[in-house]
Write a protein that binds this ligand. Structure first.
Ligand code: AMP
Length: 641
C-alpha cells in the first residue's frame, strides 16, 4: 500500500467524529491493506494496523524507535530546506501545538538533490516506511543520533503534507486520529469475520472481491451463501470477543489482523501464550470487604504488597521446545523489560523453577528484618541501568508471586483463580502469596488488620472462580487499602523554580484523564469558566483535564531527575511556564478535592503534595476525571481505593 493512500484515509478518519461509521471505515482500510485492490504485499496488513495505532512494534516488543521530539523536529527542518531551522519548526509547534500539523505545514522535499543519499525518489510505501523505521530502531552506539536523523530526514524528504503528518505522529507515537484500540479490534472483526453481506462484498459496493470472511467461521457455506437470516451490519459480539482474546494473548494488533484474515475465528481461538512474550497485567478496582462477599460469595483474600508489578517468563535449560533455556525475563506492568535491573529475582527464579512458566507478582523492598519498605524504595531499583550491583547491596528485594498464567506447556488464563494459584504454589512455593478463602466480612477485616500490622499496603479480594483477563480492570479483583487517598496524575506543564532551584522545574501542572467528556459536562452545568487559567500553562492537551499544581514534597534529587525527563517533552514555552506533552505519571497526596473554576477539570486539589514518580505507570494508567468526581462527591471514601 502506498503511504499516500494510508495517509489520505487517516486524514479522512481524523476529520470525521468517531462513531460506528469509523469502525466501518477502518474495516475498509484493513481490507484494502490486506489484499484489497490497493495492496502491494500481504504483510502490509500487519504494518498498516499497527501504524493506525501509532505503533511500529507490537506492544509486547521491547524495541522502541527512541526518537525524541527534538530529533523529529530537526529532521523536519532539514527536509524543509536550507532556509528552515529547527527553531522555525519549534515556533510553528508553539503556534499549532501538534507535530503532525507542523510537519504538514512545511513543504518538505526541499532537499531532492540529496535524495540519492537520502534513500530514493519514488513515493513511499507502508512497507518501506516500516523497514526504515525498524532499521532506525536498531541504530545504536556512537553517532546514533545523527544516523537516526539521516534516516528520518530521508523519509520526510519524500513525503507530501498528509504523509509527513502521519510520519511525524507515528515516529513520536502520537497518532491522535480518534481511532482507539477498541475501534481497531471491532474493525478487524468486521473486516475479516463479519458476513460478506455486511461487508458489501456480494453487492461489490466498492469493488472488493473478497470481504475476508473465513470459511471456517460457520457464517458462510462453502459456496459463499450466508447462513444467517438477513444481512448483519457489524461483526457479532462473539467474533469481536474472539479478536479480543487473541489480542490479549498476543498483544499484537497487526498479527491478529492477519490471523483473522487468514485463519478466521478458529485461528484466533488457537492462538496461545508464548513464554517470553509479555501480556498485559490484569488490574483491580477499589472495593470493600462487603462488596467482595456480596459479589463473590467466597472470597480469596491476599496481602496487597506495596511494590512494583512484575511478569516473569522463564524456560529452564533442559526443557524441550524452541524457547528452551530462555533465562528468566522480567517485565514491568507496561511490558517494558526490566530483567537487568533485578538480578537477584532472576537468580531466585532460575534456582527454583523447573518448568516453563509465566508468573505474575510484585517485587517489594524489605528491611534487614524482612519487613516491607515503602514502594518508593523499589523504584530506586526497578528501571535502573547503571550501578545495579551497588544498589543491590543497598535495597533488598523480595518477590511475591500471586498468579500463574502458564505452567509446563499449559495456558491457564481460562482456568479459575484457585486452579491457577494451586499451579503457582506447585512451581514456586516459597514465593507464592498466601491465600485465605473466607465468606464473611469479619474474617476479611481480621486478615486486613493483620496485613496492615505487618506493614503491608492493604489486601486484595479476588473471586476464586474468575479467569485471568489481561489488561482488564474488572471487578474480579478488588483492592482495599486504608491509606490516605492519592491520585495518579499526569504532568502537563511546569514552571521554572526560583533561587537555588532556578535551573530546575519547580511547580508541576497536573491533569487527570478525561476520556468521557466529563469536562464538557462540567462546563455545561456551569461549574467551569470558559476561560480558566489560560496561557501556556493551561495544560490543554486532548483527553486530559487539569486539576492542580504541585510544588511541595519534592527532593532536589527528584526534581533534577524529573526536570531531565520532562524537558524532552516540552511542547511550548511562555515566560517561565512550559507546556508538557503528557508522558510522566506522578502520585500526589492532598487533603481534599474542591470544585474550582481554576482548572479545566472543574476541580482543584487542596494542599497537594508530591508522593513520587510512578515510573511503573504509563499515562493510560493515570486516574480519570470520573474518579475525581467520585472522590469529590464522597462516593469513594478515602478508605476504599
Ligand atoms: P493499584 O496500583 O493501587 O491500582 O493496585 C493494584 C496493584 O496492586 C496491582 O497492579 C499490583 O501491582 C499490586 N498488588 C499487590 N499485591 C497484589 C496481589 N496480591 N494481587 C494482585 N495485585 C497485587
Amino acid at each position: 500500500m502506498q503511504l499516500s493512500v494510508l495517509a489520505d484515509r487517516v486524514e479522512r478518519l481524523e476529520a470525521e467524529p468517531a462513531d460506528l461509521e469509523t469502525t466501518a471505515a477502518v474495516a475498509d482500510l484493513l481490507v484494502d491493506a490486506g489484499g484489497g485492490p490497493s495492496a502491494d504485499s500481504d504483510d502490509e496488513l500487519a504494518t498498516a494496523t499497527r501504524f493506525l495505532l501509532g505503533r511500529v512494534f507490537p506492544a509486547h516488543d521491547t524495541r522502541t524507535l527512541d526518537v525524541g521530539p527534538a530529533l523529529c523536529r530537526e529532521a523536519i527542518a532539514r527536509a524543509a530546506g536550507p532556509n528552515v531551522t529547527k527553531e522555525d519548526v519549534e515556533d510553528r509547534l508553539a503556534e499549532r501545538g501538534e507535530i503532525g500539523a507542523v510537519a504538514a505545514a512545511f513543504e518538505l522535499g526541499g532537499q531532492r538533490g540529496l535524495s540519492a543519499f537520502a534513500g530514493g525518489t519514488e513515493s513511499l510505501t507502508v512497507s518501506e516506511v516500516d523497514d526504515r523505521l525498524r532499521e532506525l530502531a536498531a541504530v545504536d552506539g556512537d553517532g546514533s543520533e545523527s544516523r537516526k536523523l539521516d534516516v528520518l530526514f530521508g523519509l520526510f524528504n519524500r513525503t507530501d503534507p498528509a504523509e509527513a503528518k502521519l510520519l511525524a505522529r507515528l515516529v513520536l507515537g502520537e497518532m491522535r486520529i480518534g481511532v482507539g484500540e477498541g475501534t481497531v479490534r471491532d474493525a478487524i472483526a468486521e473486516a475479516f469475520l463479519a458476513d460478506p453481506a455486511a461487508r458489501g462484498v456480494d453487492g461489490d459496493v466498492d469493488g472488493r472481491s473478497d470481504g475476508g470472511t473465513h470459511p471456517d467461521d460457520g457464517a458462510v457455506t462453502e459456496d459463499g451463501a450466508v447462513t444467517e437470516d438477513g444481512p448483519v451490519t457489524h461483526a457479532t459480539a462473539d467474533r469481536i470477543a474472539a479478536v479480543e482474546r487473541a489480542l490479549q494473548v498476543t498483544n499484537d494488533y497487526g498479527h491478529v489482523a492477519v490471523l483473522a484474515r487468514d485463519e478466521g475465528v478458529s485461528g484466533l481461538h488457537a492462538e496461545r501464550l508464548v513464554v517470553g512474550r509479555p501480556v498485559q497485567a490484569m488490574l483491580a478496582q477499589a472495593g470493600t470487604a462487603g462488596d467482595a462477599v456480596a459479589e463473590f460469595g467466597e472470597v480469596a483474600v491476599e496481602t496487597k504488597f506495596d511494590g512494583a508489578r512484575v511478569q516473569i517468563h522463564y524456560v529452564p535449560p533442559d526443557s524441550t521446545g524452541a524457547a528452551s533455556g530462555l533465562g528468566p525475563r522480567i517485565y514491568s506492568r507496561n511490558m517494558d523489560e526490566v530483567t537487568a535491573a533485578l538480578p537477584e529475582i532472576v537468580e531466585y527464579v532460575a534456582d527454583r523453577v523447573d518448568v516453563p512458566v509465566i508468573l505474575d507478582g510484585e517485587v517489594v523492598a524489605v528491611d534487614d528484618g524482612g519487613d516491607p519498605l515503602p514502594f518508593q524504595e523499589v523504584l530506586r531499583r526497578f528501571r535502573r541501568k547503571h550501578d545495579v550491583d551497588r544498589m543491590r547491596e543497598t535495597v533488598t528485594l523480595r518477590l511475591h508471586a500471586f498468579d500463574c498464567l502458564h505452567a509446563d506447556g499449559s495456558d491457564l488464563l481460562e482456568e479459575p483463580f484457585r486452579v491457577r494459584h494451586d499451579r503457582l504454589a506447585g512451581v514456586l512455593p516459597e514465593a507464592a502469596a498466601a491465600v485465605r478463602t473466607v465468606d464473611d466480612v469479619e474474617a476479611i477485616e481480621r486478615i486486613e488488620a493483620n496485613a496492615l500490622d505487618a506493614g503491608h499496603e492493604g489486601i486484595m479480594l479476588k473471586d476464586p472462580r474468575s479467569t485471568y483477563t489481561p489488561g482488564d480492570r474488572g471487578r474480579s479483583w478488588l483492592k482495599r487499602k486504608p491509606d490516605v487517598e492519592t491520585l495518579d496524575a499526569v504532568v502537563v506543564g511546569a514552571e521554572w523554580g526560583e533561587g537555588r532551584r532556578a535551573e530546575l522545574f519547580g511547580t508541576f501542572l497536573l491533569a487527570v484523564r478525561d476520556e468521557n467528556g466529563t469536562r464538557e459536562r462540567a462546563r455545561a452545568r456551569g461549574a467551569l469558566d470558559d476561560d480558566h487559567d489560560g496561557g501556556a500553562l493551561d495544560g490543554d492537551h486532548d483527553g486530559y483535564a487539569t486539576i492542580g499544581k504541585v510544588a511541595t514534597g519534592v527532593t532536589d534529587e527528584e526534581l533534577a531527575a524529573l526536570t531531565e525527563r520532562l524537558e524532552q517533552h516540552v511542547v511550548g514555552e511562555s515566560g517561565t511556564e512550559l507546556s508538557i506533552r503528557p508522558s510522566v505519571v506522578v502520585e500526589v497526596g492532598y487533603e481534599e478535592i474542591q470544585t474550582s473554576p481554576t482548572y479545566s477539570s472543574g476541580y482543584a486539589l487542596r494542599f497537594p503534595r508530591f508522593v513520587g514518580v510512578r515510573d511503573d505507570k504509563g499515562v493510560g494508567d493515570a486516574d480519570t476525571l470520573d474518579r475525581v468526581e467520585r472522590l469529590a462527591g464522597g462516593s469513594e471514601g478515602p478508605s476504599e481505593a
